[in-house]
Ligand binder design. Sequence first.
Ligand code: C5P
Length: 236
Amino acid sequence: MTDRPPRRFWGIVPAAGIGRRMGAELPKQYLEIRGKPVLQHTLERLLAVEVFSAVVVAVAAQDRAWPHLACAGHPRIRTAPGGPERADSVLAALRALEASAAPDDWVLVHDAARPCITGADVLKLIHTLADDPVGGLLALPVSDTLKAVESGAVAETVDRGRIWRALTPQMFRYGALLHALEDAARQRRPVTDEASAIELQGLRPRIVEGRPDNIKITRPEDLPLAAFYLERQCYE
Ligand code: C5P
């Protein structure tokens, strides 16, 4: 019997967005929370987990702030050129791993704009999905009643029992995710997360319940909320 090489884990952080909804001059990943840029918090959290052979950050071509980030020179950080959409940035980061990653290796994709990710949630995802053939994502059940709306009026109330909010990290095999994202791009199917691309292949990503404080910084009011969560997590 031959020993299979141990499966490796790679991190991918799309960080090439401009954060239009934030209305700030700097892209949202460079706004500061508790004295550090959002992206620095995010990368420190991922690097602390220690399972990753490397973390590839997709950085926009016009990004002048990246080289000044404390994490930029970290030995386990690599970069890839960002693309026009999130999926293009993730694809570029996957291609940057072509010479290093095996098709069966796991890739965890995590938004730069989610600095409150905990090591415990990353490990929960990894341990739950370790033997899964497909992979999956952190997600949260919704607590509000949901309405489908047409022309400003309620068309129907949606059964919220079936609805979960997709978070990140999302964890899939390197080869399967590369193929799924390339296929979606070829078919011009818009995908706003990795799971959508995997679903287009007819596969069913698993759902792993994540923490509600893993918020995505989107609007100005999210910054003090993230600062509050980061502070509270220090005492856990
Ligand atoms: O804009 P949104 O909040 O959905 O972006 C999610 C993540 O994808 C952010 O971390 C953002 O920097 C990244 N992104 C990217 N390339 C793009 C658009 C978004 O890496 N073209």
